[in-house]
Every structure is written in C-alpha cells, then in structure tokens.
Design a protein around this ligand. Structure first.
Ligand SMILES: CC[C@H](C(=O)O)C(=O)SCCNC(=O)CCNC(=O)[C@H](O)C(C)(C)COP(=O)(O)OP(=O)(O)OC[C@H]1O[C@@H](n2cnc3c(N)ncnc32)[C@H](O)[C@@H]1OP(=O)(O)O
Ligand SMILES: [Co+2]
Length: 135
C-alpha cells in the first residue's frame, strides 16, 4: 500500500457539498464523474497532497444511499494507492482480509479499484486504487 489516494465522503447533495468543500479547502473541485456501476456521482478536490472525493447516490440501491440512511453524511471510505492491485488483492486475501470484488473494477478518476469489507478492517471501508496508465 502506498499513500492515501483519497478520502471518500458520503453527501446528500453534491452541489451543496461542492460549495461547502470549496470554501473549506479554498479550491474548486477539479472534476465531477458519475460511476454508474456504483450508483454514485462523485466530485474530486485536490488540496496540497490531499484528495477528497465527495459521493452522492444516484439510486436508492447505491451503497451511498444505504450508508446515508444508516449513518448520515460523513467519511465513507479511505482509499490507498497501490502499484499492482491484482498482487495486492492476492496479498490481502492471504492475510485474511475479505475482498469484496476480487476482480478489480473501473472506478472514478481513471483508476482500477477494489474494496475490503469493513468488518475485517476495524469498521473502516478500505478501497485500493491503481492508476490506469495510458498506452
Ligand atoms: C468506485 C467509484 C469510487 C472511486 O473512488 O473510484 C468509489 O469510491 S465508489 C464508493 C461506493 N462503493 C462502495 O462502497 C463499494 C463497496 N461497498 C460495499 O460493497 C457495501 O457498501 C458494503 C459491503 C461495505 C456494505 O454493504 P451492505 O449491503 O452489507 O450494507 P449494510 O448497511 O448492511 O452494512 C453491513 C455492515 O457494514 C457497515 N458498513 C457499511 N458501509 C460502511 C462503510 N462505508 N464504512 C464502515 N462500515 C460500513 C454497516 O454499518 C453494517 O455494519 P453493522 O455493524 O451490521 O451495522
Ligand atoms: Co473512492
């Protein structure tokens, strides 16, 4: 696992939270992106070395919708950058972590992603992110 790639925050209204985080961080979001497969609309902020991902649900089945229902707005996951997501999934499985999708899937912001079940990580949803290299 390399650096923290982003912190994911579940929000009810992406536009409202975009302006709140723009005030907080002193920068505008640099992109919004829908990930249909995850039922989310995301927006990304970069402030210094930090990246924040705001996530709003696009349908009631979305993991974000369920999270908001249960816990309300707040930190949803921590994403770590990894060099080789396939190798990292194998290593983490070996270590006994529950990998929710053993085949990496396309995430937002040009990444391949996988998630670990929070029950096995002290209640923190962990995301692995590998940059999709051009070429
Ligand atoms: C990929 C695009 C983007 C990116 O960065 O590229 C994203 O980050 S998309 C983010 C949204 N997608 C996901 O979160 C996918 C992985 N998540 C899941 O598969 C589910 O949300 C899962 C398995 C974590 C929970 O789903 P489930 O249907 O089991 O929901 P429950 O409410 O029954 O939860 C079971 C249990 O887990 C606790 N829980 C749920 N979500 C979280 C969370 N984000 N952090 C910590 N804990 C969480 C929930 O409270 C339940 O615990 P319990 O003690 O039983 O109440
Ligand atoms: Co994420």
């Amino acid at each position: 696992m390399d650096k923290i790639e982003h912190i994911g925050i579940a929000v009810k209204d992406l536009e409202v939270s975009n302006s709140l985080f723009a005030k907080l961080l002193g920068v505008q979001h640099y992109k919004t992106e829908e990930v249909v497969s995850e039922g989310v609309r995301t927006s990304f902020f970069k402030s210094g070395p930090n990246k924040v991902e705001l996530l709003a649900a696009t349908n009631p089945e979305s993991p974000i919708a369920k999270f908001l229902e249960k816990k309300g707005e707040g930190i949803h996951h921590i994403a770590f950058a990894v060099e080789d997501i396939v190798a990292e999934i194998a290593r983490l499985k070996e270590e006994g972590f529950v990998v929710l999708n053993e085949t990496p899937k396309k995430g937002a912001d040009n990444k391949l992603v996988a998630f670990l079940h929070p029950k096995g990580t002290n209640g923190v949803l962990v995301e692995l992110c590998q940059e999709i290299k051009a070429g």
